[in-house]
Design a protein around this ligand. Structure first.
Ligand SMILES: [Zn+2]
Length: 539
């Protein structure tokens, strides 16, 4: 054997939830699994042996919904993800702007709507530090942006500018643009910013890849590719054999364009598949998010007659999904509100009727609200709930920005992961990074506790919707591998599968070892080769 890991808790993530003590790797594949006592028989002079001292070994994590290339690019820009207040955001921006006098536009991302009154930061705040240069910052969830007066002026946005379809220009009490742009209104400004260069895209992919490997992730699904340069950068990195991540990609279905765009997507699907890179998905945004009232609801937001924003008429969505399914695309839909979920399920049902059942593995991402009548439809249609476990806990987003606006009945069924699991659906986990942390361990902690690792003294959010730890671990490995179409070769530790493996610093199956979110990754292997090793390991 090339490598033997022994004396640990090997969680295989297979259907039987096997836990072994040792695993051996030969030629990049799992060659043997068994007890520590038997392991010695598989060690020869050329075998590397890692004594685990009781630590947990898992299949590599797979992130089924994230934005790694864009996130990797953003990491080189003004990052506000760690700035947790209005003051902290302005301080970070002022420092970044001062450090980068050469930039024509000051841009970045990661502000949180719970840092600002009404979730809408003002242009006046930005104007105070950036009176001359245009400035534009996406928020953490990517569904809204903050612009200064100069940026609005360059975009020609005035009090007379109507809200674009699928978007909203926030206005102050006098009717003037206030500085926050929601959903499709963001594009009015974003289209003016100099585009990301090829070099920036490639560096972004490699930056994110290194960061994800250090967190034990061996495969990701890039949830939205809508820039040809983004796709070309993946292809270039894959051709240079620098892609150690298994990367699944989704091409964006643009709502402004018609059915003729499918030809272009088919060409890109072929061009974008090489080595560990595979394009099989088409991404559709069915609605927005609840925090800015763009999530689409079956009943209006509490005390209003606002149903949110459905990006498509139901028949229009159905036509697009039937067409994409007929061409063999895996359809991946952003669905937050219960109306969006229903429209998406209806469209997928129509596709199955029109084109016949196949192993399509279509999936709905996020699922903040699912009407109880729709819960069994996931298993019945074979649709995968691709959910972001980190969001399912009490936080400013949930308690302040969502619950008061959807009322108690709907608040009592938010993020129904346990219900979906009990209804027979096969879940997958995605971080939605950079919206939220890409570290699977804190995400797993929330999946099993429904409490944020950042506020462990709070009550759980709907604890009956928690998953047990083996189910959660299996969801982040085998479940995500299933939606990634990588389950034939990865996702579990089983004989002859590829040795994509992660070693943690403790036994997370033993609750005596503290919260899961505090665990760390020591070693990540892709096909038996280390793509990350903690320096202390001396690998
Ligand atoms: Zn996303």
């Amino acid at each position: 054997m090339d490598l033997v890991l022994t004396g640990g808790r090997i969680f295989c993530a297979d259907e039987a939830l096997t836990v072994a003590e040792a695993v051996a790797v030969r030629d990049g594949r799992i060659a043997w699994i068994g007890s520590a006592a038997e392991a010695a028989a598989h060690v020869s002079a050329k075998t590397r042996v890692l004594e685990l001292d009781g630590r947990t070994v898992l299949p590599g994590f797979q992130d089924a919904h994230c934005h790694p290339a864009e996130g990797g690019v953003e990491l080189a820009r003004c990052v506000l993800n760690d700035a947790d207040s209005r003051e902290a955001c302005l301080e970070t921006i002022a420092r970044y702007a001062a450090d980068h006098p050469e930039l024509e536009w000051v841009s970045g991302s990661g502000w949180s709507i719970d840092s600002f009154e009404n979730g809408t930061p003002s242009r006046a705040d930005l104007d105070a530090i950036l009176p001359d240069r245009p400035a534009f910052f996406d928020n953490r969830d990517g569904h809204g942006a903050w612009a200064n007066s100069r940026a609005l002026e360059l975009a020609g946005i005035t009090r007379q500018t109507p809200d674009p379809s699928g978007g909203r220009i926030e206005r102050d009490a006098d009717g003037e643009p206030q500085g926050t742009l929601q959903e499709h209104a963001m594009e009015l400004v974003r289209d003016l910013i100099p585009p990301t260069t090829d070099e920036e895209w490639e560096a972004g992919i490699l930056r994110a890849q290194a960061a994800f490997h250090a967190l034990g992730i061996t495969a990701w699904q890039d949830a939205r590719i809508d820039d040809p340069a983004h796709l070309a950068a993946y292809r270039a990195v894959a051709e240079r054999c620098e892609l150690t991540m298994r990367a699944e990609g989704n091409l964006l279905w643009e709502r402004e364009r018609g059915e003729e765009q499918v030809e272009e997507l088919l060409t890109q699907r072929v061009e974008g598949s090489f080595g560990r890179l595979r394009i099989r998905g088409a991404k559709i945004f069915v609605d927005g998010v609840l925090e800015n009232f763009t999530g689409a609801l079956l009943e209006p937001y509490a005390g209003t007659d606002n149903y949110g924003i459905s990006m498509f008429e139901p028949d229009e969505l159905q036509r697009a999904v039937v067409l994409l399914d007929s061409h063999g695309f895996q359809v991946h839909m952003h669905t937050i509100g219960d109306a969006a979920v229903r429209d998406a399920l209806d469209a997928l049902e129509a596709a199955a009727q029109a084109n016949g059942q196949r192993d399509s593995r279509h999936h709905l991402a996020h699922l903040q609200l699912v009407h109880p009548d729709d819960l069994p439809r996931f298993a019945a249609l074979g649709v995968i709930p691709n959910v972001s476990p980190f969001w399912a806990c009490h936080s400013g987003y949930v308690d302040v920005l969502t619950e008061p606006f959807i009322g108690p009945e709907r608040s009592a069924r938010m993020y129904p992961f346990g219900s979906l699991h009990r209804a027979g659906a096969r879940l997958a986990f995605g971080s939605d990074w950079m919206v939220s942390t890409s570290d699977p361990l804190p995400q797993l902690e929330v999946a099993v506790t429904r409490i944020s690792p950042e506020t462990r003294d709070l009550e759980p959010l709907l604890p009956e919707e928690a998953l047990d730890l083996p189910t959660a671990l299996r969801t982040f490995t085998a479940g995500s591998a299933h939606v990634n179409f990588l389950d034939g070769e990865t996702g579990t530790l089983e004989l002859s599968k590829l040795a994509d493996v992660v070693v943690l610093d403790r036994d997370i199956l033993d609750p005596g070892n503290g919260p899961i979110g505090d665990a760390r990754v020591l070693l990540t292997l892709v096909e038996g080769e280390a793509v990350y090793a903690d320096p202390a390991l001396g690998w």
